[in-house]
Ligand binder design. Structure first.
Ligand SMILES: C[S@@+](CC[C@H](N)C(=O)[O-])C[C@H]1O[C@@H](n2cnc3c(N)ncnc32)[C@H](O)[C@@H]1O
Length: 404
């Protein structure tokens, strides 16, 4: 592999955006890729994948490169040099990369790989937390799996097509995919590709959604004609799935506190051919009070640490601080208490997170069931989904039923 100057410089600029300007990795990649229309798909993949790799392995690479934050430009080139040397990619003789000690890099890598927090490139607090929650053997497997790059998984939009038809349609566009046993609407791409530019996507035949995330909406046990509330709808990954399961019949209400997310949800709903969705911005407690006791089904896809989706958002390892955990669990507790009131007697509620931490998951449900609001609910079933056992994102999904 030959390294091209403008691509490597783009990577360095991307690292600066992420580590010095606080831009999310996904946004930084988007921003950098817009820079040069002449870049082909290989160039784009090189920039995106290298950026994600260096973000994922930041702690390990910084330790090997002997650089400390805040990083300057020279530090970013050193991180890049570590990335290249560890992949056996010959370094060009640019002045930014001269004096790269290749042999020392490999030696440091071998040495540091003996220590989990460096090998898996995670902050100390996260390593301690994982160890306490799961014990060493389980934690090692899970954090290792969470550092693997994630496959691209599609969810067939059954309002518009079927999985076999979508699969054939994608082949016609040069995109090969495989069904995933146990996930009735999922297709996993054989090779990473930018599916957002495909005709099938523009026609709303699929959404990109991890296989574990595709288990959330079916757990809510919805049927056409019901009144369903997606209380933390965001840009609507789960709302769109719920609408498909409801066959566009009944009423689906998507709530969130951010108008721009609901705006994006409406845009996606149009592409998906969803007609039974209404969005409502939560501006005060009144929005929720008006809905008390009215819903057959409520989904609380709660804001969380995102520790189950590190494969997609490796920068969460560095953005999240240990002290954030308390604020996040307080919010989750409050949402369970407030939003469960929207469920009708006899109705059902799903509480879900894309985290693996018990404190955000089963411990929240146990606490809720012991509270005054939770006394009316029974836990029907729960799924603890881990990356190393499922091969997909880490998730937690609990189904609760309100007594009749
Ligand atoms: C895990 S995300 C939801 C993802 C979304 N359901 C999906 O499938 O694409 C959590 C969402 O909760 C929203 N949120 C945060 N605080 C909230 C609150 N107090 N009430 C409702 N939504 C809230 C966030 O804006 C975010 O969109």
């Amino acid at each position: 592999m030959r390294l091209h100057r403008n691509l490597v410089f783009a990577v360095v600029d991307g690292l600066n955006l992420i580590f010095n300007e606080g831009v999310y990795a996904s946004k930084a990649v988007e921003q950098i890729l817009k820079r040069d229309k002449r870049w082909g798909s290989r160039d784009r993949s090189f920039i995106a994948e290298t950026l994600y790799d260096i973000v994922r392995w930041k702690r390990l690479y910084a330790e090997i490169a002997e650089v400390r934050e805040p990083f300057d430009r020279a530090n970013f080139f050193r991180l890049f040099a570590v990335w290249a040397v560890l992949r056996g990619i010959p370094l060009p003789s640019w002045k930014q990369l001269e004096e790269t000690p290749a042999r020392r890099i490999k030696g440091r890598f071998d040495e540091l790989s003996k220590i989990r927090k460096y090998r898996e490139s995670i902050p100390d607090w996260l390593d301690t937390l994982g160890l306490e929650a799961f014990g060493e053997a389980f934690w090692e497997k899970e954090i290792h799996a969470l550092n693997e790059p994630a496959p691209v998984v599609l969810r067939t939009n059954t309002l518009k097509t079927s999985l076999p038809f979508l699969r054939r349609h994608l082949v016609d566009e040069g995109i090969a995919s495989d069904p995933v046993p146990g996930y009735p609407n999922a297709l996993v791409l054989k090779e990473r590709s930018n599916v957002f530019t495909s005709e099938a996507f523009k026609e709303g035949l699929f959404e990109v959604q991890d296989a574990s995330s595709q288990l959330v909406a079916p757990m809510l046990d919805v049927a056409p004609g019901m009144r369903v509330i997606d209380a933390c709808a965001g840009a609507g990954g789960k709302s769109l799935h719920l609408a498909a399961l409801m066959e566009n019949k009944g009423q689906l209400i998507g709530l969130d506190i951010y108008p721009q997310k609901l705006h994006e949800l409406k845009r996606r709903a149009r592409r998906n051919g969803v007609h039974n969705l209404e969005t409502r911005l939560i501006e005060s407690t009144k929005t929720i009070k008006k809905l008390h006791g009215t819903a057959d089904r409520v989904l609380i896809d709660a804001p969380c640490t995102g520790l189950g989706v590190l494969r997609r958002n490796p920068d969460a390892k560095w953005k999240l601080r240990q002290e954030d955990l308390g604020t996040i669990t307080d919010t989750q507790r409050q949402l369970l208490s407030d939003y469960s009131k929207m469920v009708k007697p006899g109705g059902k509620m799903v509480y879900a997170t894309c985290s693996i931490l018990p404190a955000e998951n089963s411990e929240q449900v146990v606490h809720f069931l012991k509270s005054a609001e939770g006394a009316d609910f029974d836990l029907e079933k729960e799924k603890h989904i881990f990356a190393h056992t499922s091969g997909f994102d880490g998730f937690y999904i609990a189904l609760l039923q309100k007594k009749g």
